[in-house]
Write a protein of this length. Structure first.
Length: 449
């Protein structure tokens, strides 16, 4: 073990990853800004669904543009390696703050970006091919500890493998759901669209996707299978980008897969860039190793050990809950479960008080279309919304408002069924990590992990 932590590898791998990750994130933020999503998702909504335990994260109004600007600048500074440590910290804090403003915008790839940004704070990704290293020759190095590169590889492997484990369920493998619902709607695509009219196609995609996720990390890590694995990464994520509107994530994952290639490959890329920029050979190949001090090394190893223990254990918290995970979604987020279900819901809230006042709520008065769609299938968001309605109508003159909901949800093509007990006053229920007893049991079984 000691020999492994004393082993070194070309710093070019970490440097090129830093550049690509930073620039792709910068472009993603610019795309977000250009499409008007900052206003649509974070400024215009009257109410925001906070994450449990992070209620202190509040929307910033028009200052949200400043937050996104900070994030964009930080991403650019990380890519260039300017004031790297400070920029990495600001990137992690600003992006994670954005991610936590509203639960209705949660996506696994936002979580991935936050986790990588956190790791970059502690990794010497600026030791090579950075402005910091150009200005400070004591920082400049062309070798970094191997574990620094392997830590990123390990995170990628965990993400893929856990996504594959999540697909080991009867809906995905035996019934090809939800792909059986989604793919026929794409039959107008050129070249491949006609394939989606065949009954076997969703099953093929389901099994291929599961096998891909379970194996791709190992295949990328293995020298002999790496080129073929990378081709499959490109095919898989390009198909994903064509079929599903999930933004920059497929391209980020394609670029991230390059971290598995040997350092010589990354060094050649950097050599070409440096040659084009006419940078001195001493900057390209300083023939120096980055030394982690004996004081900071135990701290860094402890941070990464705790980080990976969390990444391995936290996705399994769903085992603490008895009902169907896809139904209650207790333990669903932050567990690398990607596009596993199709849920559609209908919720009608009724607010009343002891004096006889009664109001049928029009959700459009309080929520955006996206927020209502996400809220209607997720019990914790239904509870949050009920509490907001309680406070709103209390301010409007209702005496100790009671909030009830008629909620019907269809999961993976099943008939809609009640999700929330309509006799329970949600105004009196509290949110916690405990099982929500007011969720009506699924009374069906999806076998698997």
């Amino acid at each position: 073990m000691q020999a492994y932590f004393n082993k070194y590898a070309p710093a070019a791998t970490l440097a090129l990853f830093r550049v690509i990750f930073g620039m792709m994130l910068f472009l993603s933020i610019c795309r977000f800004w250009a499409k008007g999503w900052i206003s649509d998702l974070y400024i215009l909504p009257k109410f925001h669904f906070t994450f449990y335990g992070f209620e202190f994260i509040r929307p910033l109004g028009e200052w949200t543009y400043v937050l996104f600007a900070i994030c964009a600048v930080a991403a650019c500074l990380v890519a260039l390696g300017i004031f790297y440590r400070f920029a990495a910290i600001m990137l992690f804090l600003s992006f994670t703050y954005i991610e936590l403003i509203d639960k209705s915008t949660y996506l696994n790839h936002y979580y991935f970006v936050s986790m990588v940004s956190f790791m970059l704070i502690f990794l010497p990704a600026h030791a090579s091919f950075s402005v910091d290293a150009y200005r400070n020759k004591r920082l400049l190095a062309d070798q970094v500890p191997s574990w620094c590169i392997d830590s990123i590889r390990l995170l990628v492997c965990i993400i893929y493998f856990y996504a594959g484990l999540a697909k080991l369920n009867s809906d995905w493998l035996l019934h090809a759901l939800p792909l059986k619902i989604w793919l026929p709607a794409k039959n107008d695509l050129p070249l491949i669209g006609s394939l989606f009219n065949y009954k076997w196609t969703p099953y093929f995609f389901s099994w291929a996707g599961c096998l891909y996720d379970l194996s791709i990390g190992f295949l990328l890590w293995n020298k002999k299978t790496r080129p073929y694995a990378f081709v499959s990464v490109i095919i898989f994520h390009v198909l994903t980008a064509v079929l599903f509107p999930i933004g920059m994530f497929p391209y980020i994952m394609i670029a991230t897969a390059l971290v598995f290639f040997p350092g010589e490959f990354h060094q050649k890329v950097i050599d070409m860039i440096c040659f084009a920029l006419n940078l001195p050979i001493q900057f390209i190949r300083p023939k120096r190793s980055y030394i982690v001090s004996s004081i900071s090394k135990p701290f860094l190893l402890a941070v990464f050990a705790l980080f990976f223990i969390f990444q391995i254990a936290f996705p399994f918290r769903y085992l603490l809950y008895s009902d169907e995970l896809f139904w209650t979604e207790e333990g669903y987020r932050f567990s690398w479960r990607v596009m596993l279900m199709e849920k559609a819901g209908y919720t009608q809230f009724t607010v009343m008080d002891a004096s006889g006042k009664k109001q049928i709520v029009n959700n459009n008065d309080f929520l955006t279309r996206l927020q209502e769609k996400m809220m209607s299938t997720q019990p914790d968001m239904i509870l949050q919304y009920a509490h907001m309605l309680r406070d709103h109508y209390a301010a409007a003159g209702f005496d100790s408002p009671q909030v009830y909901v008629d909620s019907y949800v269809a999961l993976n093509g099943r008939m809609g069924r009640p999700m929330i007990d309509p006799a329970i006053d949600l105004a009196k229920q509290t949110d916690s990590f405990q099982h929500k007893s007011w969720i009506i049991p699924f009374n069906d079984e999806i076998k698997g992990l």
